[in-house]
Write a protein that binds this ligand. Structure first.
Ligand code: AMP
Length: 530
């Protein structure tokens, strides 16, 4: 088996690699490093989690070992689709270049131009950037790309989704024709193929298996969900999500919940928080500092549930995620592979559980075709009534002032009478349609004390760039999401679900009128009797 020491890397790089605890190169590293060191173009078809970042950083550091940077003329350029990924690459660079004198700058949105300009003015060996921010600097006349000897394009397929391809083409055109190009993409869409044919010269092509498609360490399952009424779809689906999380409580240490649309990211995070879960949203419309804080919190185990859009979460290196919940079936089948690849990393066990609406069944077929497997159908964990535990539309649109009171009210009836409500609900419940197929084990449902353990090794994040076209603009509901540090944003600091449970003391309720549902009335009678 190839060892790092066989790869002709700079001894200083080898030392850093060994200090990082890596012994043998991963397949993408063993395949990409030798041609890269020979100065050849490389086309790596690999996704995050395969070790691809080191497959371009290690040879870059070795090749740049000789020579010095000149003011405003970086010697190498790494382009990443999101701020998170760019920051992650920068961290990798710091790890592997720690015994060298190479310098780097990170050009991402949300950081002041002034600081970044100062670094570039001094001259950097490695410039790590998102395409938009890089072009902003270029247009301000602060940057020359004619000194770029090595250019890396990371996650090209995501660049395509985000509409960055014209920027990438432009940047290619600003760098010298003689540059070396290391190009990485998880998939080879026709447009990506066109770019590589245009800008890469006789590349060495290395393709590594999609780890997630065959990942036997990832338990997969899908719950077929049918809302009882169209206007209740959102709240019933969120109630089902909570039941799924609860059912996994024993093994769920932390989780990423993926939604197809940004507005759902916000709605799901908000709703989970309201129900006492330790959840935070992350997507492209949130401001930089909030995204960084959320990610750092998630990595540190302070935030247990990250609710994310594909773009925001793509490529994040968060090795200890125990669960991925797909609130929707992704509309691009490849995203399923990326999403579930967030769990079960480095041989750990993981679970990937998805909810499928009737209208997503076509997408589910596409996913199953791509992974060449039938995803086991799961039962709704309790077969409960989503209606009983679903939020009312009123609560969903409550103002910040109104919300705490309503939340408490709801918590009261929920915590007391959930079971009774479920009984009753047979008629009301959305009853996630259950196809008893190969049944993936779902544990019975203690409450979700999604415990922390995550230790992570990557960096902060976001970008102001567009998210994939499929995502829609946030609605007013999204706009009302409280800022961190305000209102419910602090739930987790106050003890999250436990705290909420403690708050749900029963109180006498008057004025319910004659229409009080029997299951609620019963609880009062019991109370009165006692
Ligand atoms: P990446 O695909 O670059 O996001 O890397 C995924 C994870 O694998 C990161 O946590 C790396 O630190 C880790 N990693 C990279 N190279 C190796 C290696 N040769 N052996 C073990 N882990 C590695």
């Amino acid at each position: 088996m190839t060892q790092f020491s066989d790869l002709n890397l700079d001894p200083k790089v080898l030392k850093a690699v060994s200090e990082a605890g890596y012994e043998t190169p991963t397949p993408i590293q063993a395949g990409a490093i030798p041609p890269a060191l020979e100065g050849r173009d490389v086309l790596g078809i690999a996704q995050t989690g395969t070790g691809k970042t080191a497959s371009f950083t290690l040879p870059m550091i070795t090749l740049l070992g000789r020579g010095r940077a000149r003011a405003r003329m970086p010697r190498s350029l790494v382009l990443c689709p999101t701020r998170e990924l760019a920051a992650q690459v920068a961290e990798n660079f710091d790890t592997y270049a720690k015994h060298t004198k190479l310098t780097k700058a990170l050009l991402i949105g949300g950081v002041s131009f002034k600081e970044q300009d100062a670094l570039i003015d001094k001259g950097v060996d490695v410039l790590i950037a998102t395409p938009g921010r890089l072009l902003d600097h270029f247009e301000r006349g602060k940057l020359l790309l004619t000194g770029v000897q090595i250019m890396v394009v990371d996650e090209a397929d995501r660049m395509l989704d985000m509409g960055f391809i014209p920027d990438i083409e432009r940047i290619f055109g600003l760098t010298p024709f003689t540059r070396q190009t290391l190009f990485f993409s998880a998939t080879m869409a026709p447009e990506i193929e066109r770019i590589t044919n245009t800008f890469l010269s006789n590349p060495e092509k290395i393709e590594v298996a999609r780890a997630a498609t065959t990942g036997e360490n990832i338990k997969q399952g899908v719950v077929m969900f049918r809302p009882s009424r169209k206007d209740r779809e959102g709240s019933e689906k969120r109630a089902l999500l909570r039941r799924l999380i609860d059912a996994e409580a024993e093994t769920c240490t932390n989780a990423i919940i993926f939604c197809n649309r940004k507005m759902d990211v916000d709605a799901v995070a908000k709703s989970l928080k309201k129900h006492g879960y330790d959840a935070e949203p992350i997507h492209g419309d949130l401001d930089q500092s909030q995204r960084t804080r959320t990610l750092d919190g998630f990595r540190a185990g302070e935030v247990k549930i990250l609710v994310a859009s594909d773009v925001a979460a793509r490529g994040l290196d968060v090795p200890a995620v125990s669960h991925v919940f797909n609130f929707d079936v992704p509309s691009h089948a490849e995203d399923y592979v990326h999403r579930i690849g967030r769990t079960g990393r480095a041989g750990r066990k993981g679970s990937a559980i998805m909810i499928c609406n009737p209208r997503d069944e076509k997408n589910l077929e596409d996913v199953e075709r791509l992974v060449q497997n039938t995803i086991p159908r799961l039962d709704d964990p309790k077969g409960t009534t989503a209606a009983a535990s679903a939020e009312s539309p009123v609560a969903e649109t409550a103002t910040e002032e109104e919300r705490p009171r309503r939340t408490r009210t709801r918590s009261r009836s929920r915590s007391r009478d959930e079971a009774k409500a479920e009984e009753k609900s047979a008629t009301v419940e959305p009853k996630a349609e259950v196809k008893p197929e190969p049944k993936a084990e779902s544990t019975p449902a203690p409450k979700p004390e999604v415990k922390a353990e995550p230790k992570v090794e990557a960096a902060p994040e976001p970008k102001a760039a567009p998210e994939p076209k499929a995502e829609t603009k946030p609605t007013a509901e999204v706009a009302s999401e409280p800022k961190r540090g305000e209102g419910r944003g602090n739930d987790r600091n106050r003890g999250g679900r436990d705290r909420r449970r403690n708050d749900t003391r029963d109180e006498d309720v008057v004025g319910m009128g004659e229409d009080t549902p029997a299951f609620i009335a019963k609880s009062f009678e019991e109370r009165r009797a006692s």
